[in-house]
Design a protein around this ligand. Structure first.
Ligand code: ADP
Ligand code: F6P
Length: 324
């Protein structure tokens, strides 16, 4: 039988994502609505180890649902991978009367949550990352905003690229995952999409494609390159030399991680935040919230971390077919 939950805490960890604030708000208000006390832990697991912990009231999360970033701050805390720091974290939770923590972040953050759960602190993870790379869920908080931000920026680059009849390489975020690149590739009508999961580093194939597209009357050639492949500027130089076509690289960078969250990000962040608190109140721990087949569900963190997710072959083929 799990212990009674009286006080919970919430933290954001890893890369920030638009919609994290909506999730924090939902956790705080649901918990208070259900009669719990809530604390906010600043700057991820760093804040836990530094006891940077504040009491949260409903008004502390007023007027944040529309704001990008995270009001709690986020950080990468490498020490937290070590057992002695995890034990210290669990001890600090006990000293502050924290029975459970809702961790908003990605896979790495869930490993920290898993460690705390083993040490007796109830934990529930919420998927917060623009990368959409958490296997147990079809949706991660921040992806929708990031991909729309990138799409709008790419539209603008495409305008000037067409006017000048240039080739453009646009680098989008995704160090290990190509979902932003794939979605932009389809949504922006890119001629080539380079995904970490798929790209075989065959630049000659891209060059041949550019030349063939030109012959078919295309006046621009848009290449969406995921950050995980990178080297967009040197790639542009090589492509220009090989094709004779003016080629420019644009790296969108961190603008994709900021900005006001879309309705979809606010909506799912709110529902997932509330759900995380409610399953914790049911006595669940070491769980991660996900969205699958139209439903919000929860998974054992261990199982969630073992799940694999890859680029959908058909969607990748669609991106290619539509470039003719
Ligand atoms: P994300 O949560 O977005 O995947 P990271 O992989 O950077 O981001 O992880 C965020 C933080 O989670 C790390 O800085 C660290 O504090 C914690 N973390 C990551 N891996 C582990 C691990 N194996 N054990 C404990 N904590 C971890
Ligand atoms: O938030 C996800 C992400 O943008 C990845 O695409 C990228 O690999 C990483 O964060 C970079 O974040 P940082 O530079 O903050 O480590």
């Amino acid at each position: 039988m799990s212990k009674e939950i009286k006080t919970i805490a919430v933290l954001t960890s890893g890369g920030d994502a638009p919609g994290m604030n909506a999730a924090i708000r939902a956790v705080v208000r649901t918990a208070i609505y259900r009669g719990l006390k809530v604390k906010g832990i600043k700057k991820g697991y760093n804040g836990l180890l530094n006891e940077d912990i504040i009491d949260m009231e409903p008004r502390h999360v007023s007027d944040i649902i529309q704001r990008g970033g995270t009001v709690l701050g986020t950080a990468r805390c490498l020490e937290f991978k070590k057992p002695e720091y995890q034990e210290r974290g669990a001890e600090i939770c006990r000293q502050h009367g924290i029975d459970g923590i809702v961790v908003i972040g990605g896979d790495g953050s869930y490993r920290g949550a898993q460690a705390l759960a083993r040490l007796g602190i109830n934990t529930v993870g919420i998927p917060g990352t623009i990368d959409l790379d958490i296997a147990c869920t079809e949706y991660t908080i921040g992806f929708d905003t990031a991909v729309n931000t990138a799409m709008e920026a790419i539209d603008k680059v495409k305008d000037t690229s067409s006017s000048h009849e240039r080739c453009s390489i646009i680098e989008v975020m995704g160090r290990h995952a190509g979902y932003i690149a794939l979605w932009c590739g389809i949504a922006n009508g890119a001629e080539d999409i380079l995904l970490p999961e798929k790209y075989e580093y065959n630049e000659q194939e891209i060059i041949n494609h550019i030349i063939a597209s030109r012959k078919r009357g295309k006046i621009h050639h848009l290449i969406i390159n995921a950050e995980g492949i990178g080297h967009s500027t040197s790639m542009a130089r090589r492509i220009e030399a090989a094709t004779g076509l003016e080629t420019r690289a644009t790296i969108l960078g961190y603008m994709q991680r900021g900005g006001s969250p879309t309705a979809r990000d606010r909506y799912y962040a709110s529902v997932m935040g509330a759900y995380a608190v409610d399953i914790m109140l049911e006595g669940k721990s070491n769980r991660v919230v996900g969205y699958r087949n139209g439903k919000i569900r929860d998974f054992d963190i261990e199982e969630a971390l073992m799940m694999q997710k890859g680029i959908d072959e058909y969607q990748y083929e669609v991106a290619k077919m539509l470039t003719i």
